[in-house]
Design a protein around this ligand. Sequence first.
Ligand code: NAG
Length: 245
Amino acid sequence: MFIAAAVSFYLLLMLHCPAPSSATEKSPCDTCTKLVDRFHKGLEDTSKKNFGGGNTAWEEKTLSKYETSEIRLVEIIENLCDSSDFECNVMVEEHEEQIEKWWFKMRKKYPDLRKWFCIETIEVCCPSGTYGPDCVACLGGAERPCHGNGFCSGDGTRLGDGSCRCKAEYTGPFCLECADGYFSTGRNDTHSFCSGNSTIYFTLHGTICFYCFIIIHLFLPTKYSLKRYVHIAYYFKSQNKFGLK
Ligand SMILES: *[C@@H]1O[C@H](CO)[C@@H](O)[C@H](O)[C@H]1NC(C)=O
């Protein structure tokens, strides 16, 4: 009875957590990016290959051939994955032909292996600022996803839904609104700045507001929060009231 309850509780948990964070950490795009990093390391390591001795014509010919040779590629591929890294080994096995194709045919035209392999060929990554199966721009645009105030779900991968997870100061679907306890220090259609520190706010605007709180206090009931007072001070400032610049 107890075991059955425990098992069904566990199953319920599993159902409610379809994508645990450990799974997103090992997305195919991460695997591919790591693989490309290892490829570059392999290129570096094998470029140091030294056949020793003087540079005879024969050696120079052999060395320059080695640079683009299958031997070098095999050496690099052998070290692409740790033997314990299952996802990496599967990826290399499945796509070894494409890596070879790049090495022998595409390298000159597409020097960026990650872009050619991970984004365009096996399609596990997207250009940064885009997400999902078709690499659609994140909310707020690919240049500044979430208006620079948050993280776009699936950014740079073929996963996610492009929604924004805002930094603490921001809220709303586009991360343009200020979260509770923070107030706006500037905003237009594309940029929004929120701060939780009134001193920073007034210093930013070149005004240390000493009297405004007292003045506002005279006109308003005390139930208003500090955030509200600052908003009102900001309004007075914009109306050039009370000498606030
Ligand atoms: C919005 O504000 C930012 C930062 O202050 C500025 O760089 C940008 O040009 C502004 N955009 C518009 C449309 O005014």
